[in-house]
Design a protein around this ligand. Structure first.
Ligand code: RIB
Length: 304
């Protein structure tokens, strides 16, 4: 089974700040670094570093060389990434002293996908392959339809959530990975248990991963819910923690691991990611996840 990840590739301009600025405020940054990122690229890197075979599809600008190099060095296939005149996507990210972030996104070439380009990419994939999507490229509703029509297993991480997600037919999604805010926006509920109840009623054939920050994560599928707690680590930068979780979770699932094992591996990998600066550079390899001296999780996980 092949994994096709149709997603964004960004340069992240990361500013270290004392606190995240409020409207009207001007503040000095104590440091600035540039990293490769983008939810799409990060998830392809995480999949590849977890040992999965992944094809990244998307669009970079003429300045996109370092993004492609990073994907290749991590083990992802870049033959489905096109190049356009103009700028790649980029972000401006503030990271505060507690490692929390705030991200301003400029889509750039990520927003220039055409139906012709997508049809050409999909030609190399078929029934039983997996299609992974986030919401940083244009027309994800169309990509869901195209993947579903091909008989692919569609996986959606609808992040960042906006009106484009509301146009998607989520009944065509096999696995939906959401955090509490995205899950709340889709379901209209706030409490984790209620979010899961609504999603199960509306999309009975869709497996759901609900991540709950410090409270861990829950898998819901085939009438079962399985929770997993988080690991105690020093937090430096939370950027790409969710992407790391997604990549390691899916790599575990496609390699035949149980949902319990997939949640454990994904939680450990994202815990390592928050101990390091930047997006893609913070994502560990599977070897690092297996050898990191974790204690037991802080709790059994959310009780929903
Ligand atoms: O999820 C983290 C990513 O979100 C960053 O790398 C940034 O590019 C934004 O897309």
């Amino acid at each position: 089974m092949k994994i096709l990840n149709f997603g964004s590739l960004n340069y992240d301009y990361v500013y270290s700040v004392d606190h995240i600025l409020i409207p009207g405020e001007t503040g000095a940054a104590s440091g600035m670094q540039t990293f490769c990122g983008g939810k799409g690229l990060n998830q392809s890197v995480a999949l590849a570093r977890a040992g999965a075979k992944v094809w990244h599809a998307g669009m970079v600008g003429e300045d996109g060389g370092a993004l492609l190099d990073l994907l290749r060095q991590s083990g992802a296939d870049t033959s489905c990434v096109g190049t356009l005149p103009g700028k790649s996507g980029h972000t401006v990210i503030q990271v505060d002293k507690k490692g929390q972030n705030c991200i301003l996104l400029f889509g750039g070439s990520n927003r220039s996908l055409t139906r012709e380009f997508a049809e050409e990419v999909f030609r190399g994939f078929g029934r039983g392959d997996m299609l992974l999507l986030q919401n940083e490229v244009n027309d994800i509703d169309v990509l869901i339809e195209m993947g579903h029509r091909k008989g692919m297993r569609v996986v959606l991480n609808p992040s960042p959530f906006d009106g484009a997600v509301e146009k998607c037919d989520l009944s065509k999604v096999s696995i939906l990975l959401v955090n509490e805010i995205e899950g709340g926006q889709i379901s209209g509920r706030k409490k984790p248990g209620e979010i899961l109840d609504v999603l199960a009623a509306r999309y009975p054939d869709t497996g759901v991963v609900l991540t709950l920050g410090g409270d861990g994560a829950v898998w819901q599928g085939r009438g079962r819910r399985i929770g997993h707690g988080i690991y105690h680590v020093p937090v430096v930068d939370t950027t790409a923690a969710g992407d790391t979780f997604t990549g390691f979770f899916l790599a575990s699932v496609v390699s035949g691991k149980t949902m319990e094992q997939a949640l454990e591996t994904a939680s450990k990998a994202s815990s390592i990611a928050v101990t390091r600066k930047g997006a893609a550079p913070s994502i560990p390899t599977m070897e690092e996840v297996l050898s990191y001296p974790f204690g037991p999780p802080e709790s059994a996980g959310p009780s929903v």
